[in-house]
Design a protein around this ligand. Structure first.
Ligand SMILES: Cc1cc2nc3c(=O)[nH]c(=O)nc-3n(C[C@H](O)[C@H](O)[C@H](O)COP(=O)(O)OP(=O)(O)OC[C@H]3O[C@@H](n4cnc5c(N)ncnc54)[C@H](O)[C@@H]3O)c2cc1C
Length: 546
């Protein structure tokens, strides 16, 4: 039987529900939520703006895009069949491989028949009388569902810099998060990259290999550390497969769901020689070991942080020949690990190439984009291509771009204007039957591990409602206040919360995002799950059920 789609024209009778649940987004979150809700007998529709599955791994096709998570710690853990069948070929898989993986999952679990592509959700309005949500798509079609799950991604609303003239440029222009499907050649071209965050660092390293001339425009340097990626041999993959239970067990136990965990020693509890040897070992270890497996005080103690930052600064000085450029690449306004640490594969060495130039736009800001390039306060540049590696309106951006109206017609974006408030990052009081995966104040880290948990928690709640003949769940105000206070408390003492970054809700390219907030939960994932488990085990007393 064909699956119904959202209908064009006037809304149907509010009582005629088209679906039990509408899921917005077909990335890792949306795919898994669809699978789990089908399992409990729900009629589910997934609306996805893109033309394919994968979310992050569908949109970010820029050169060099790859994991910072170990591939085998990132894939879904719930299905033995998927684990048995899928071979990862690199320790940190590149984007095409991850996109292939998510397509394989979608086919294997027969998910596509309930996904409507090219369908951007414009608005979601709570219909009090019907006890249901009205979902409106950009093409004007509408439908009704009892529940809505937003799976719209914490890093999926791309932002361009607020520089005059962005539209004026006549050459090729790309945003890394909206990279085209057709091949893009840099061969011999004069290329500009604006932005040196985690994405910029990956893209710049790749583009430098073939560009005629590459000019990197850097506002703030980041503390980048080596990824140390390498292929996975067949024998290694067999070992990984046999070790999956241990891998996922470890991810369940660690603070950020990664394989890495903090060293129990303090920076000053060891001799200088031991410290140096440990840091050298971390600098040559793969992935985020250096960030998440460091001494326990590096991210909270100013002196420890300064000492480790000096260690990494020296590495940059050793790797970059021109010491004027090296100094530009060393962050001076924040310590190591207090912003997202970009993982690199030869990033610093590209500044030793004759075809690469670094421009600090802190020193000479960009005044405007011109039809032929761009103008800084110092000079005019001519380019064939501009690459915007300017990132995302993180955490709330993709939710803000949907007109979500809860009880009394109150807009979610407005509700959060005075500060983010959630219940466990999943619900907001006054928005009944609306559930967020990877919403603000949820556990992040190695994200799929948290996604699987959130998805199953939501599935269990909806199954509970069904079993008890209930149709509505809303967070209690006091529960929201309690959780929000807990999140704030968990952020205390973290050096990262004293720095402007997407993790503290600051984005100069987005109007109104210029004040630091606690945008994410910084407690441990096990603590987070403990809290959520307690709510479920107690029969959801923190929710108003009807
Ligand atoms: C370049 C990059 C590298 C990353 N690397 C890592 C990593 O190594 N490890 C890690 O843990 N995390 C990483 N992340 C974070 C990554 O976003 C998550 O790991 C994960 O992919 C999130 O999955 P998701 O399904 O929640 O969201 P997404 O993958 O972002 O998917 C959201 C989907 O929702 C759709 N959508 C949004 N709004 C609407 C709307 N209004 N209507 C319809 N559809 C909509 C989007 O089109 C998108 O397809 C990375 C992110 C980026 C950008």
């Amino acid at each position: 039987m064909p699956t119904p789609t959202a209908q064009p024209g006037p809304a149907q009778s509010p009582t005629a529900l088209d679906y039990d649940t509408v899921v917005i987004g077909a990335g890792i979150s949306g795919l898994y939520q669809l699978y789990r809700l089908r399992e409990v007998g729900q009629r589910v529709r997934v609306f996805e703006a893109g033309t394919g599955v994968g979310g992050t791994w569908y949109w970010n096709r820029y050169p060099g895009c790859r994991f910072d998570s170990e591939s085998y710690s990132y894939g879904y853990s719930f299905s033995q069949e998927l684990l048995d069948e899928w071979d990862w070929t690199e320790h940190f898989a590149p984007q095409p491989e991850t996109e292939r993986y998510l397509n394989y999952v979608a086919d294997k679990l027969d998910l596509r028949r309930d996904i409507q592509f090219r369908s951007r959700v414009k608005a979601a309005t709570w219909d009090e009388e019907a006890g249901a949500w009205e979902i409106s798509l950009e093409d004007g079609s509408r439908c009704h569902s009892r529940y809505v799950v937003t799976a719209v991604g914490p890093l999926s609303a791309p932002t361009l810099p607020r520089i005059p003239g962005v539209e004026a440029f006549r050459g090729e222009a790309y945003h890394t998060g909206l990279w085209p499907k057709h091949p893009v050649s840099f061969e011999g071209k004069r290329v500009a990259v604006i932005g040196t965050g985690a994405t910029g660092v990956q893209a710049i390293t790749e583009i430098a290999k073939t560009a005629g001339h590459l000019t990197v425009f850097q506002r703030r340097p980041n503390w980048c550390t080596p990824l140390h990626n390498r292929p996975i041999t067949k024998a290694e993959m067999a070992e990984i497969r046999a070790g999956y239970p241990t891998i996922f067990e470890r991810c369940r136990e660690t603070a950020a769901c990664f394989l890495h965990t903090t060293d129990p020693r303090g920076t000053f509890e060891v001799t200088p020689e031991e410290r140096e040897a440990f840091w050298e070992m971390l600098y040559s270890s793969p992935g985020f070991a250096i960030w998440l497996g460091n001494f326990k005080d590096v991210l909270i103690d100013r002196e420890a942080n300064a000492l480790f930052s000096a260690f990494v600064a020296d590495k940059i000085r050793q790797r970059v020949k021109d010491q004027r450029v090296a100094e530009l690449l060393i962050p001076k306004d924040h310590g190591f690990g207090t912003r997202r640490v970009p993982q690199e594969s030869g990033y610093y060495e590209i500044y030793n190439q004759a075809n690469v130039e670094l421009v600090s736009i802190l020193e000479t800001p960009i005044e405007c984009i011109t039809p032929t390039g761009l103008r800084t306060t110092e000079r005019d540049f001519t380019f064939d291509m501009i690459v915007y590696a300017t990132g995302f309106d993180a955490i709330t951006g993709s939710l803000d771009r949907i007109d979500i109206r809860g009880a009394g017609g109150r807009k979610l974006k407005e509700r959060w204007r005075g500060g983010l408030e959630t219940f466990m990052g999943v619900m907001v009081d006054g928005y009944p039957n609306l559930f967020m995966i990877m919403g603000p104040h949820t556990a992040l880290g190695n994200i799929p591990r948290s996604i699987e948990y959130n998805v199953e928690w939501i599935r269990d709640l909806l199954a509970y409602l069904d079993r008890h003949g209930l149709r509505m769940a809303d967070a209690r105000r006091d529960a929201v206040e309690e959780w929000t206070a807990f999140v704030k408390k968990k952020g205390e003492g973290l050096l990262a919360n004293e720095v402007d970054s997407w993790m503290t809700g600051v984005n100069q390219n987005v109007e109104g995002k210029n004040v630091r907030i606690i945008a994410r939960y910084s407690g441990t994932a096990p603590e987070y799950r403990e809290w959520c488990d307690r709510v479920a085990a107690g029969g959801y007393q923190e929710l108003k059920l009807a």
